[in-house]
Design a protein around this ligand. Structure first.
Ligand SMILES: [Zn+2]
Length: 433
């Protein structure tokens, strides 16, 4: 009873503190001490040769030059040749979707049963964790109700393996703007997100919070323009209503936006991260920089959908969408916009999340900045700093060992040889890969 009282008291604290689940599954040897000896440590900011990390229970107790970290009696784990990093953070996932070249989005939303989608999602969560991603922000169930919040409970209770989750439940779209589309107009077709407008936005934001949303996601534009192009949806006043309603509960708001006007309205309304941003102009990116709004570029989603549409990489002309995306991403970098690693995984295979970081580097971001966007910077943007995102005393022991040095070769991120979450080994060391 006392434990329950303590827990409910804890959850009066800001969402950022409670979002990750304050109830770790009971483990044996919670006070056990392990010393990890990799070749080097990327601590979330920079690389350090010859460091070691000491883990006690679910926390990092010490990180620094090996001699100062070693204590007698501890279990020592040699991770020769590896880079030890904070567990990676995925800022934009959809665990309830699977690749569109397997099944179209329309068919997933309308034909796949909730039970089947949840069953798939359990596989997706395991694959994500085994790939070294120990935290995800999942940005909408796309018709699967509140299953993200329910899966998060299953992970937090130790029922299934998976990363720590921040959830958004159904997400919010303007009436008439979203999909699935293409049906006889007399039918009311179930939508992939929750429709709301004007005054009803207050009720819908609160209702999603009540159903487990850690963040509120809104579509600030969508492909509903007069000629099918992307066009803004909500007014600034509507977006502001969403932000104020969410914020009074301690929850931030994230916007899907790819048009300059949709992005501008989202920024002016106080939204904290913008997803995609494909049509971003230097002016809009300057505004984002001024207001401290982060960009989740989702380069991998565009790369995947272009290939599904028939583009063979390295053959023929690059699709215009890819060329434009590269140049808008470079404009965001030039403006100094904070980049949050986020791939839109679900459009492509779960567990292949490193694809975003590879593309970021390929499109021009320095490798150390790419790594920060998935560790320390991601933790800050997602209000999780002080808990995850760094190899630092007192933080949760979410740690991943990579065979090789991802600053020299970003693709090394795919060679995960060890994963620890909250001090528990979830992927045992497999040696050199
Ligand atoms: Zn998405």
């Amino acid at each position: 009873m006392r434990g329950r009282l303590l827990l409910s008291w804890l959850c009066l604290l800001p969402a950022a503190i409670c979002a990750q689940g304050t109830r770790p599954a009971p483990r044996e040897g919670a006070g056990a001490v392990t010393i990890l000896h990799p070749a080097r440590v990327f601590d979330g900011e920079s690389m350090h040769e010859g460091w070691a990390v000491r883990v006690r229970g679910d926390r990092i107790e010490a990180a620094g030059p090996s001699a100062g970290v070693t204590i007698p009696g501890a279990t020592v784990l040699e991770l020769a040749g590896t880079t030890l990093m904070p567990g990676l953070i995925e800022g934009h996932s959809h665990v309830l979707l699977h690749p569109y070249n397997e099944t179209s989005w329309n068919d997933q939303v309308l034909h796949e049963s909730l039970g089947v989608r949840v069953a798939r999602a359990t596989n997706h969560l395991r694959a994500t964790l085994m790939a070294g991603f120990t935290t995800i922000r999942d940005l909408g169930t796309e018709g699967a109700a509140y299953a993200d919040a329910e899966l998060k409970q299953a992970v937090d209770q130790g029922i299934i393996p998976g990363p720590r989750m921040l959830t958004t439940t159904r997400a919010i779209v303007a009436t008439g703007s979203y999909g699935p589309k293409g049906f006889a107009l007399q039918w009311q077709v179930p939508q992939g997100a929750e429709e709301a407008d004007g005054a009803s936005l207050v009720r819908v934001v609160r209702d999603q919070i009540g159903h487990g949303a850690d963040w509120i996601k809104v579509y600030a534009d969508y492909r509903w323009g007069a000629r099918g192009e992307a066009a803004p949806t909500f007014s600034i006043d509507e977006l502001t209503t969403i932000v104020e309603t969410a914020r009074s509960s301690g929850r931030p708001v994230v916007a899907h936006a790819s048009t300059p006007e949709g992005m501008r309205r989202a920024v002016m309304a106080g939204i904290e991260t913008i997803e995609h941003g494909d049509g971003g102009t230097p002016e809009v990116f300057r505004l984002m920089k001024e207001r401290g709004v982060a960009l989740c570029p989702t380069l991998a989603a565009g790369d995947a959908t272009a290939q599904y549409a028939g583009w063979k990489k390295g053959e023929g002309a690059e699709p215009g969408g890819i060329t434009r995306k590269r140049s808008s991403f470079q404009a965001a970098l030039a403006a100094g916009v904070t980049i949050l690693n986020g791939s839109d995984v679900g459009v492509f295979t779960h567990g292949d999340n490193a694809r975003e970081l590879e593309l970021m580097v390929n499109y021009g971001i320095p490798a150390p900045d790419a790594l920060r966007s998935a560790t320390s910077v991601a933790a800050r943007v997602l209000h999780l700093d002080g808990r995850v995102g760094a190899v630092k005393e007192g933080l949760l022991a979410d740690l991943v060992a990579i065979d090789g040095d991802p600053i020299r070769e970003i693709g090394a991120l795919r060679r995960v040889s060890f994963v620890m979450k909250g001090g528990t080994v979830v992927r045992a060391y497999e040696g050199r890969r």
